[in-house]
Design a binder for this molecule. Structure first.
Ligand code: HEC
Length: 105
């Protein structure tokens, strides 16, 4: 009987998504932290830049694309390399999670 509980899904919707685990699985945390700048901007700084756009499909799509393809010159001198190991679904979930974070400060 206990196995039924163990097999239950870890999350039931976007709200309950464990973004930190997803970021860890996709190796984002090598360069990013939620609260502090590392190689790349903190995820809370990204949330601040795109504040109010969490429900905006074009913004989510842009961020999911930039997570998979990387980019440069939006935050500083260091470019973000492409992350082709990230699935499209994970990229979208990561973008959605980042935009739910409270802004810095
Ligand atoms: C090798 C280091 C590195 C890794 C790994 C990395 N990033 Fe980045 N990331 C960066 C840097 C550097 C920037 C800033 C690039 C710039 O100035 O345009 C950045 C920028 C971003 C941005 C802002 C994009 C924008 O358009 O403003 C997001 C969102 C992001 N990263 C998410 C992620 C996620 C999610 C992962 C994991 C799948 C990840 N990054 C993995 C270094 C990294």
């Amino acid at each position: 009987m206990g196995t039924v509980l163990l097999a239950a899904p870890m999350w039931v919707g976007a709200q309950a998504l464990d973004g930190t685990a997803l970021a860890q699985k996709n190796r984002c945390l090598a360069c990013h932290q939620v609260d502090a700048k590392r190689v790349g901007p903190s995820f809370r700084a990204v949330a601040e830049r795109f504040a109010g756009k969490g429900e905006d499909a074009a913004t989510l799509d842009y961020l999911a694309q930039s997570i998979r393809k990387g980019g440069r010159a939006r935050w500083g001198a260091v470019p973000m390399p492409a992350q082709p190991h990230v699935s499209e679904q994970d990229a979208l979930d990561l973008a959605r999670w980042i935009l739910t974070l409270p802004p810095p400060g």
